[in-house]
Design a protein around this ligand. Structure first.
Ligand SMILES: *Cc1c(COP(=O)(O)O)cnc(C)c1O
Length: 431
């Protein structure tokens, strides 16, 4: 399986090891596989009865064809071991017959970023070997709080790597700040930035496209790479838990094979929900992807009107990991919907004017799969209380945004399908 850049219509292709190593394409685009492999029904039946790390290796081997199945199995076993995920990597909580919570925060840093970042450094180390790379990979990370800690924890003291994390000084929770500031390890650096997450992300993207910096680093035996969800190596492990979710919904008797269900994802950079979209393309019968935003509802507006408009007030909310106005991974969806030429046009417009408009068939295609809602601060607080009163279930602020949006979806559409809310952080992380 080879990969291409979302902004390159020329047909240049890259191997999976190359893509994991480089993180972002030279033209500023994001890597995507040439085609999406599918999962047959009997494959899913088999996956239902194996542990999570085997499910993971089985999915990954379809995308990362430079890696042997045994290598992937070893890495997944190590990444998702019991010491790191004492309650299992992706347990499913049943609130009632039609409402579930997929808990992705049982890893070392108490947020769902661990699902990818416990594995990705292992994939990168192998990629360096496979591509004959002798330079050190210097990982740059822009974080709204959770990626930073999870990446530091994943990369600490990993051979041939260094990591620098940039976080918005006043844009993360106290727990998140302390987690990052107290990081141990010989190859780690953390910088607080005066600005918000988008400033951090834009700064990092600028460094990636600075050719003089690249030359200087090369002279010193290093190159830059990314651990944000712009890196395919970070995104593909996230596809796994949507396949696993489908297995678990069948295992607990809530669904029969082929029955469709909805997922509701608290969204910031659009990585997590894009992974769900890809799981859908592989054959997981997802009926609707409910994109849940907080007051920074740029995606809600985009999915409803077709206009992406980042020129708007930036809100600091109680769900800081979703305080984002430029959702990088939307570029991958644009590519699927509109192709490389149009994607380049839209992303150039976004960089220049802060907005772009899609319409007609492109908009219809997106609406077939996605629907957007947002919850304000009052609704988020109310959702925490409602879910606790109704089910005795405690959720964090990000997950609460999703519960609130799932409820709005039910009310607005009358759809009675099963909804799995994706729970992205431990309630104790955002007290
Ligand atoms: C990162 C994060 C999100 C947003 O995920 P994206 O992949 O950026 O859309 C939501 N909730 C929490 C707790 C996060 O850490």
């Amino acid at each position: 399986m080879l990969y291409k850049s979302t902004r390159d219509p020329s047909g240049a292709r890259y191997t999976s090891a190359e893509v994991v190593k480089r993180g972002i394409a030279d033209d500023g685009g994001l890597y995507l596989p040439e085609s999406i492999p599918t999962l047959a029904k009997d494959e899913i039946d088999k996956l239902r009865h194996v542990p999570y790390h085997e499910r993971a290796a089985h999915i990954l081997t379809k995308f990362l064809t430079d890696y042997s199945f045994e290598e992937l199995l070893d890495d997944c076993r190590a990444a998702y071991r019991h010491e790191s995920f004492p309650s299992g990597p992706a347990p499913l909580a049943r609130l009632d017959d039609r409402l579930f919570s997929l808990e992705l925060w049982h890893g070392p840093t108490a947020a769902f970023k661990d699902m990818a970042l416990q594995l990705m450094p292992r994939l990168l180390t192998r990629a360096l070997k496979k591509t004959g790379e002798r330079r050190a990979a210097h990982i740059l990370v822009a974080t709204s709080g959770d990626t930073g800690k999870a990446a530091l924890e994943g990369f600490r003291d990993i051979d041939q790597t260094r990591i620098t994390v940039f976080y918005p000084e006043n844009g993360v929770s106290l727990v998140q700040k302390l987690q990052m500031a107290t990081q141990t390890g010989g190859n780690v650096d953390v910088c607080a930035v005066r600005g918000n997450f988008d400033d951090c992300q834009n700064g990092v993207k600028q460094l990636f496209s600075d050719s003089e910096l690249a030359l200087e680093l090369d002279r010193r035996g290093a190159f830059l790479s990314s651990a944000n969800s712009i890196n395919w190596g970070r995104l593909v492990p996230q596809v796994v838990y949507y396949v696993s979710l489908y297995c678990e919904l069948q295992n607990c008797g809530a669904l029969r094979a082929g029955d469709r269900f909805c997922v509701c994802v608290p969204t910031g950079n659009f990585g997590n929900i894009l992974a769900a979209y890809i799981a859908g393309l592989m054959g997981v019968p997802i009926k609707k992807l409910i994109c849940a935003s907080n007051l920074n509802n740029v995606l809600t507006d985009f999915l409803r009107t077709g206009r992406y408009e980042r020129n708007r007030t930036f809100h600091k909310t109680m769900s800081p990991s979703m305080d984002i106005l430029i959702s990088s991974n939307l570029e991958r969806l644009l590519y699927y919907i509109a192709g490389a030429d149009k994607t380049r046009e839209y992303t150039a417009k976004l960089a220049k004017t802060g907005s772009y408009l899609i319409a007609g068939e492109e908009k219809d295609k997106i609406s077939e799969s996605f629907i957007g809602y947002f919850a304000d601060e009052t609704e988020t607080t109310a959702a925490i209380q409602d879910i606790f009163k109704k089910y005795g279930y405690l959720c964090d602020t990000h997950t609460a945004v999703a519960f609130s949006c799932a409820e709005k979806y039910r009310r607005e559409t009358g759809d009675r399908s099963i909804i799995a809310v994706v729970s992205t952080a431990s309630p104790y992380k955002f007290a």
